[in-house]
Design a protein around this ligand. Structure first.
Ligand SMILES: Nc1ncnc2c1ncn2[C@@H]1O[C@H](COP(=O)(O)OP(=O)(O)OP(=O)(O)O)[C@@H](O)[C@H]1O
Length: 270
């Protein structure tokens, strides 16, 4: 039984790490997507998982959230084993996965009502929370529109609302800001900052280093299925002038051909 502590908002939270991963492997045929990683992410932090395309971020998040079975290794979320204690873990987490699949023929409001009831919340509480989330995320005007007619950014926002509705302990977001306009991005930031300030944990993957640098207090850097660095933001950045510079160094992207070999490219002579 994990130790209990009380967060700043007075709620009981576990003192265990938000995520603890040991020797996690995943292979797709010949392709090793995740090569035996160890990861410990502290509770109550805003955590960025960064890495180049194909680094293994989505595969890792899928295994950590119980969506994809690892070939080998152990995953604990909030002190509970994801694969031995899946119901306990799923009641404590919210997930915004990559390539989010939603019930397209429900309206945004119906989708939240469905998710809330599935999570075991009473109907009036679901109504109250859904109304508030729709307002804050600027979706109130579109709440009766079918999800199939939502834009990319609106889908991200309704997915985020569905992931937050049951007030999870740990929230996993795969590229939450992709396709989201700057105003909505600012709103999402505000919601997430409020959420972590009350002691909850956000783990999100992103390619946008400026965003990670401005939001996160803890960072894990992945490349080629391995963890290249993990720790507090300042520690991972080290002496580099920015997280972007540290990232390029860590993933071995310094000194690459940045298009110099494309000497025919310029839009002039064909
Ligand atoms: N279902 C699958 N079948 C085969 N290969 C896969 C599958 N899922 C992922 N891979 C491979 O595993 C590797 C890691 O992919 P993953 O999607 O986890 O990377 P990522 O870091 O999330 O990348 P991106 O930033 O581009 O989304 C890639 O080489 C990818 O082609």
């Amino acid at each position: 039984m994990p130790d209990q502590t009380v967060d700043r908002a007075g709620g009981a939270r576990t003192a265990s790490p938000a995520v603890h991963v040991e020797g996690l492997w995943k292979r797709f045929g010949e392709q090793i997507a995740v090569a035996g990683i160890d990861l410990t992410l502290p509770a109550g932090s805003f955590i960025g998982l960064v890495g180049p395309n194909g680094a293994g971020k989505t595969t890792t998040l899928s295994m950590v959230t119980g969506l994809l079975r690892p070939d080998q290794g152990r995953v604990q979320v909030a002190g509970h084993d994801v694969w031995h204690d899946p119901v306990e873990v799923k009641s404590r987490i919210g997930v915004l996965p990559e390539g989010l699949r939603l019930f397209e023929r429900l309206s945004g409001r119906e989708l939240l009502a469905y998710n809330g009831r599935l999570r075991g919340l009473p109907g009036d509480e679901v109504d109250k929370r859904a109304g508030q989330l729709l307002d804050v995320l600027d979706l109130a005007g579109a709440q009766h529109k079918l999800v199939v007619d939502y834009s990319t950014g609106m889908r991200k926002k309704i997915g985020l609302a569905a992931a937050l509705l049951h007030n999870p302990e740990v929230l996993f977001l795969d590229e939450p800001f992709e396709g989201v306009d700057p105003v909505s991005a600012q709103t999402i930031r505000g919601v997430l900052e409020r959420y972590t300030a009350s002691g909850a944990t956000v783990v999100f993957s992103s390619h946008v280093m400026e965003l990670v640098e401005s939001l996160c207090d803890w960072v894990a850097v992945m490349a080629a299925g391995t963890i290249r660095a993990q720790g507090p933001l300042a520690e991972v950045r080290g002496a580099a002038p920015s997280l972007q510079a540290a990232f390029l160094e860590l993933v071995g992207a310094q000194g690459r051909d940045n298009g110099e070999s494309l000497d025919w490219l310029g839009g002039g002579a064909r």
